[in-house]
Design a protein around this ligand. Structure first.
Ligand code: IPM
Ligand code: MN
Length: 360
């Protein structure tokens, strides 16, 4: 079959890691008889440099015309890059938020898995890491504080800034349904994370999640407060299966959960809308400090390509082939610098891409 894939390499390490993911996809195309037609698109700082804005209407339209979008990372050094002299709505991140909203990508899936081979890279004590963990954070992506009304103004001579955290029941219901659907295909446990002891938006969140749970009697639902969850992620991550939470909490908890797997460079993500369309990107950032050195870990981008095949193109065998090739390369002892440990062979970003491609 022929598929159209939008490609946003973005800034920093984005271009290096996405090139490796495309190398792997090209091998999938050869082996399984598909055609992947790529359309390269600009978004983030590179779009500011060329177009003066982080996201153009043309890029949004080209994404809509694709079956799925593969993305690298956007943004630069927030203290030194000239992009951060621009007003907030013209900076690289504003492009990503606008793209998420324009494409209706309300469900952000961030799997956090501790691979047995990488237990040594885990930042937790060995009695905890030896149990392993495999959780999936389902982050709401188009509501909450990120998209609420905001302003900075002088009130009675005092500078005052306001951000608004708002959710309606429909926004909560659709992300809850996604979480329960995914849990049915996993270990059938959902942890809904909120701050219901303080926030109205969290109390509504809890009520709606409880209603949705009625339709999934096989799934065990538990509610947890976000502060306590932050603690449990480092204390006993094995307890979690699917975690569903609002945008800001999900942003914070997913970085924490990602780090305890050993490296942000290992973790892919999928952002989905109501249809099969999705945007696939590593959970980590653009890492401007190591950009252009061919030392970044491309595995998150490569696993993002696997999620693209699985969720948007329905190519399960091909997605499994990528995941297995990644496991194999780790078993064979190859590591990029971020996950390097004694007795392993350190390789560059492009070599890692080739080694994974050879194992497809
Ligand atoms: C993420 C990033 C973004 C977010 C930034 C770049 C706007 O941190 O995808 O987690 O906060 O959502
Ligand atoms: Mn983040």
């Amino acid at each position: 079959m022929k598929y159209h894939i939008g490609v946003i390499k973005g800034d920093g390490i984005g271009s290096e890691i996405v090139s490796q993911a495309m190398k792997v996809l090209d091998q999938i195309a050869v082996k399984y008889g598909h055609v992947f037609q790529y359309t390269q698109l600009l978004m983030g700082g590179c779009s500011i440099d060329v177009n003066g804005v982080p996201l153009t209407d043309e890029t949004i339209q080209a994404c809509k015309n694709s079956d799925a979008v593969l993305m690298g990372s956007i943004g630069g050094n927030t203290t030194t890059s000239p992009w951060y002299q621009l007003p907030p709505d013209r900076r690289p991140e504003a492009g990503l938020l606008k793209l998420r909203k324009s494409l209706g990508l309300f469900a952000n899936l961030r799997p956090c898995v501790l691979y047995p081979e990488l237990r040594g890279a885990c930042t937790l004590r060995e009695d905890i890491s030896s149990q392993g963990f495999d959780m999936l954070i389902m982050r709401e992506l188009t509501g909450g504080l990120y998209f609420g009304e905001r302003r900075t103004e002088e009130v009675n001579g005092v500078m005052t800034a306001v951000d608004t955290l708002s959710y309606n029941e429909n926004e909560i219901r659709r992300i809850a349904v996604k979480a329960f659907e995914v849990a049915m295909k996993r270990r059938k446990k959902v942890t809904s994370v909120d701050k219901a002891n303080v926030l109205d938006s969290s109390r509504l969140w809890r009520k709606v999640v409880n209603e949705v749970a009625q339709n999934y009697p096989e799934v065990t639902l538990e509610h947890a407060l976000v502060d306590s969850t932050a603690m449990q992620i480092v204390k006993n991550p094995a307890q979690f299966d699917v975690m569903v939470t609002e945008n800001m909490f999900g942003d914070i908890l997913s970085d924490e959960a990602a780090m305890v797997t050993g490296s942000l460079g290992m973790l892919p993500s999928a952002s989905l809308n109501e249809t099969k369309f999705g945007l696939y990107e590593p959970s980590g950032g653009s890492a401007p400090d190591i950009a252009g050195k061919d030392i970044a870990n491309p595995i998150a981008a490569i696993l993002s390509a696997s999620m693209l095949l699985r969720y948007s193109l329905d190519l399960q065998t091909e997605a499994d082939a990528i995941e297995n090739a990644v496991k194999k390369v780790l078993q064979d002892g190859f590591r990029t610098g971020d996950i390097m440990s004694d007795g392993c062979k350190q390789v560059k970003c492009s070599e890692m891409g080739t080694l994974i491609t050879e194992r497809i």
